[in-house]
Each structure stands twice: as structure tokens, then as C-alpha cells.
Design a binder for this molecule. Structure first.
Ligand SMILES: Cc1cc2nc3c(=O)[nH]c(=O)nc-3n(C[C@H](O)[C@H](O)[C@H](O)COP(=O)(O)OP(=O)(O)OC[C@H]3O[C@@H](n4cnc5c(N)ncnc54)[C@H](O)[C@@H]3O)c2cc1C
Ligand SMILES: NC(=O)c1ccc[n+]([C@@H]2O[C@H](COP(=O)([O-])OP(=O)(O)OC[C@H]3O[C@@H](n4cnc5c(N)ncnc54)[C@H](O)[C@@H]3O)[C@@H](O)[C@H]2O)c1
Length: 444
């Protein structure tokens, strides 16, 4: 260590953008500290992925029972308060577990809000802490609509902690959070209206597949209002009224503002020390280095093209660990990063998008109705489409699927894309049979 500093590496934030790198770095003998103002582990374990997927778990089960009606005769009903309590049981130990891992590997945990005093010093609630290198991993927070009454709306964390599910819910926006939570709230019995900003939902996904999801949710009673043009919210006794379009209004019990997430870059002293950022996040070079040489950024707070997901944050914090340990000096080389929206059916994708491939003669797009595969008849799946993108040598370079098993299909196909497998190499990968993996691999 450079002796003049308290630590070799100091992380601001304790999410996946920090702890996945901090733990192995400390194990290698580096002096490491993590500053956290909230729950250890950040968004994903406490109010993101882990919490959400526990609330979602009964939904695909309900769909499967629907598909197997007659074979399975038990009536199925979903219990919201018990699911929320179960979610709490699943996630409540995670901050202590992750904190324990950090401390057991020699990382110092500093509880409190951190703010830069200079390029090597942070103030943590009055304590001055110095480090040779600092990683900003402060993540995102929910965006709030800038309209009168916006304080009457709630965010995704509040939704996941609702003890009773409101009878009538409006969801603003049509991104990941909106469509996942519309699926959950509808399955648990709420009357849901999604108010879209523009014409399209889930803009990074293949639009014909996204429309299948919307059509399915509409059949289940979810209402979609495109180009809603919301002007304001107003409290109306126990209800809240949403005023939108020209002179239209909608009275609901609860509003979820899912209009996006914005980077935590304010009040960190960044401008004072010369770290550049804008409304999309912190600006970094190809070594995740900010405009100040000893300061790096990791995870969602980075301004980037890659999806702002947990696996991306893990990859970045792991890359920085290797960089700091002197195990690489190369620029970060992102692999193919898959993404999935946990609607039901799910939509998942990886690699070259269908839209890009359809406009580029270097690629061939092969579309499959996944129900043609006998294995999908086992659970009587009712819907599923998939689009595979191949290059001229028939290497798989992209895949998108909408179906109840989309996430497993994309996970199965991922090695073919990332390792650029030639058809004869793909043939050598044998999958357990019969499984969704073997059924997906057959498509190659
Ligand atoms: C509802 C929801 C569902 C999601 N579902 C998925 C999913 O299914 N799959 C997936 O891959 N991704 C999902 N994500 C995204 C995923 O949660 C993030 O990509 C991931 O958590 C990013 O990690 P991070 O470390 O960059 O940021 P975060 O996990 O947000 O961590 C940042 C930490 O920094 C702390 N912090 C901020 N400022 C300061 C300060 N000044 N001082 C001290 N501490 C500070 C915060 O308290 C926070 O703990 C979901 C997100 C949400 C909101
Ligand atoms: N399954 C997953 O992996 C998962 C799940 C949830 C969240 N996430 C992560 O969290 C991030 C944030 O998710 P999100 O759904 O909050 O954001 P998002 O960017 O996916 O969607 C935001 C939506 O709000 C709309 N919008 C923007 N401004 C608006 C306005 N003024 N009025 C009305 N609508 C407006 C946008 O058109 C868009 O439909 C995602 O990008 C993703 O990286 C991932």
C-alpha cells in the first residue's frame, strides 16, 4: 500500500458494483473499505432482483396450472400478504450475510453517507477517510415525474412492501419495472392500468414480441394507455386522480411511478474534485476510470450502453479487482450481456438484436414457433416465439425469445454466442434430455 493513505481501495456504495470486487481484492491482501449509507448489498438483494423474483414466483406457477387445467384440478389462488411476508423472510438476512462476507475477508465497513473532500479523501459523517484509489458505485434511484402531485405516487420499493394490495393501481411508464409489476399486481387480483409515455414499451426488445406480452396482459384485464400525456395527480379522498391526455382522468387507489431510474451523482462533491458526469451517469474511459485518474466507477452509476443490470455490475467490479491487483492492464472487454423481463410469458434476449439483424445483410434471422417442439407440449405451453440471428458461417450471434421459459432458453444459448461456437463445436455440447436446454440447443 501507498503508506500515506488509510486504504488501498475505498468503495463508495456496497452493491454488486462494489462487493463482488471488494471481497476478492481484500483476500489478495489489499487494504479495502466500503462506505454504505443504507442497507449493505444495495438495490439488487434488498429492493431489486431478489425481492422482485420472490413476489413473482407464484405467477408462472399460476400460469402453469391454467395451462394444465383438467389435469391439475386444484383451484389456485395467490395470497399477497403471505407472499410479501415470504419475500421478507427470503431477503431479510442478506445485508448481514453480505456484510459478514465483507468483514470476514478483511474489508472495513464504514456506515454512513460518503462525500468527497478531495481526490483521495471522503468525509463519512465527520470521519475523514483516505485511499489511493476510490471506486464510485452509488447506483441509481427512482426518477419522479416533474408534475404537480408527483409526491402522491410511489416507487418500486414501496410496492414490494405493500401489506395489502390496492384494488386499483396505475403504473406510469412501460419499462422493466412497469411491466414486471403490472404482471404481478394483475396476477394477485388488482385492476391495473399502465400509462405509457409514448407508443412503445420495452424499447430495447423486439417489438412484435413485446406486443405479444401487452396483448396477453390486456386479455388478463390490464389496460394500456399509450401516449398518455399525464399532466398532474390530485388527492381525492382515499383515491388519487390522474389527469391525462386532453381532459381525461382516472381514479385509482395507488400509483406506481415507474418512469425510470437516475444516477446517484449529486451531493458527492464530484464537480469540486473534477469527476465529470451528466444526467445518464459518471463518464468513464475503457478502464472504468473517471476524469480523475485515481477515481473509478462501477455498476449502474456509470454512463454506458450496456444494460444496467446486476451481472453487468458484477462484471465491472470483478474487472476493477483484476486491474487493481495488477492482473490485467487491458481495457474492459464486455461479454454478451443477456437481459430478461420477468413478465409471464417472459421476454429475454442476448447479442445482436432482431431489429439490427433485419437491416444488415451480414446476418440471417430464423424465427421459430417454440410450440412446434414436443417438449413445450409437456406443460401445454400456449404461446412462444423465438428469433435466432446467425452470421454467414452459421455462428449464432443473437437470440430473443418470448415464452414462459425465455430466461432458461437464453441462458442455454449464451455459450454459443459468447464463445462464437462453430456448428461442429455446438454439436459437441450435450445437454441433459429432455430439458429446456436440449430443446433450445436443437434449434441450432
Ligand atoms: C425493482 C428492481 C428490480 C430489478 N431486477 C433486476 C433483475 O431481475 N435482474 C438484474 O440483473 N437487475 C435487476 N435490477 C437492477 C439491479 O438491481 C442493479 O443493476 C444493481 O443493483 C446495480 O448494483 P450497483 O452496485 O451498481 O448499485 P446499487 O445496488 O444501487 O448500490 C449502490 C449503493 O450505494 C449506496 N450509496 C449511494 N450513495 C451513497 C453515498 N453518498 N454514501 C454511501 N453510500 C451510498 C446506496 O445506498 C446503495 O446501497 C433491478 C432493479 C430494480 C430497482
Ligand atoms: N428484469 C430486470 O433485469 C430488471 C427489472 C427491473 C429493473 N431493471 C433495471 O432497472 C432499470 C430501471 O427500470 P425502469 O423500469 O425503472 O426504467 P426503464 O428505463 O426500463 O423504463 C422507464 C419507462 O418510463 C417511461 N418514461 C420516461 N419518462 C416518462 C415520463 N415523463 N412519463 C411517463 N413515462 C415516462 C419510459 O418511456 C419507459 O417506458 C432498467 O433499465 C434495468 O436496467 C432490471
Amino acid at each position: 500500500m501507498e503508506k500515506k493513505y488509510d486504504y488501498d481501495v475505498l468503495y463508495l456504495g456496497s452493491g454488486h458494483g462494489a462487493f463482488d470486487g471488494a471481497i476478492p481484492l481484500a483476500s489478495k491482501g489489499f487494504k479495502v473499505a466500503v462506505i454504505e449509507s443504507g442497507l449493505i448489498g444495495g438495490t439488487c438483494p434488498n429492493r431489486g432482483c431478489n425481492a422482485k423474483i420472490t413476489l413473482d414466483a407464484p405467477v408462472p406457477l399460476q400460469r402453469q396450472v391454467e395451462d394444465l387445467q383438467g389435469i391439475v384440478t386444484t383451484p389456485i389462488s395467490l395470497n399477497w400478504p403471505k407472499t410479501v411476508a415470504h419475500k421478507h423472510d427470503v431477503i431479510k438476512g442478506l445485508p448481514d450475510f453480505i456484510g459478514g462476507l465483507l468483514v470476514d475477508h478483511g474489508v472495513t465497513l464504514l456506515h454512513g453517507r460518503g462525500e468527497f473532500l478531495d481526490q483521495h479523501t471522503l468525509d463519512v459523517e465527520g470521519q475523514h477517510v483516505t485511499a489511493a484509489k476510490i471506486v464510485i458505485a452509488t447506483g441509481l434511484r427512482p426518477h419522479r415525474l416533474a408534475i404537480p402531485g408527483s409526491e402522491l405516487a410511489h416507487d418500486s420499493s414501496e410496492f414490494m412492501n405493500l401489506q395489502e394490495l390496492p384494488a386499483k393501481i396505475a403504473i406510469i411508464g412501460a419499462g422493466y419495472v412497469s411491466l414486471e409489476f403490472a404482471t404481478i399486481a394483475n396476477a394477485f387480483g388488482s385492476e391495473v392500468t399502465v400509462l405509457m409515455h409514448k407508443e412503445k414499451a420495452l424499447r430495447r426488445f423486439y417489438q412484435p414480441f413485446v406486443e405479444h406480452i401487452i396483448t396477453d396482459l390486456e386479455k388478463r384485464g390490464v389496460q394500456f394507455i399509450r401516449n398518455a400525456g399525464i399532466s398532474h395527480f390530485k388527492k381525492d379522498g382515499t383515491k388519487t386522480t390522474i389527469y391525462y391526455a386532453e381532459n381525461k382522468n382516472l381514479s385509482v387507489d395507488w400509483i406506481l411511478d415507474a418512469s425510470g431510474r437516475i444516477p446517484n451523482v449529486e451531493n458527492l462533491g464530484l464537480a469540486k474534485i473534477g469527476v465529470e458526469y451528466d444526467s445518464a451517469g459518471i463518464i468513464v474511459n475503457d478502464h472504468l476510470q473517471t476524469t480523475v485518474t485515481n477515481i473509478y466507477a462501477s455498476g449502474d452509476v456509470i454512463k454506458k450502453e450496456q444494460p444496467q443490470l446486476t451481472p453487468t455490475a458484477i462484471f465491472e467490479s470483478t474487472y476493477l479487482m483484476h486491474l487493481f491487483a495488477g492482473e490485467t492492464s487491458s481495457p474492459i472487454d464486455y461479454p454478451a450481456i443477456p437481459s430478461v423481463v420477468f413478465t409471464s410469458p417472459r421476454i429475454a434476449r442476448v447479442g445482436v438484436s432482431v431489429a439490427e439483424a433485419e437491416n444488415n445483410p451480414a446476418y440471417t434471422v430464423v424465427k421459430n414457433n417454440v410450440l412446434d417442439n414436443w417438449y413445450r407440449q409437456v406443460t401445454r405451453e400456449t404461446f412462444g416465439e423465438n428469433a435466432l440471428v446467425f452470421d454467414k458461417e452459421h455462428h449464432l450471434v443473437g437470440a430473443t425469445e418470448v415464452s414462459e421459459h425465455a430466461e432458461d432458453v437464453i441462458n442455454s444459448l449464451l455459450p454459443a454466442i459468447e464463445l462464437n461456437l462453430a456448428p461442429e463445436q455446438a454439436e459437441r455440447l450435450i445437454h441433459l434430455f429432455p430439458t429446456i436446454s436440449s430443446a433450445s440447443w436443437e434449434l441450432l
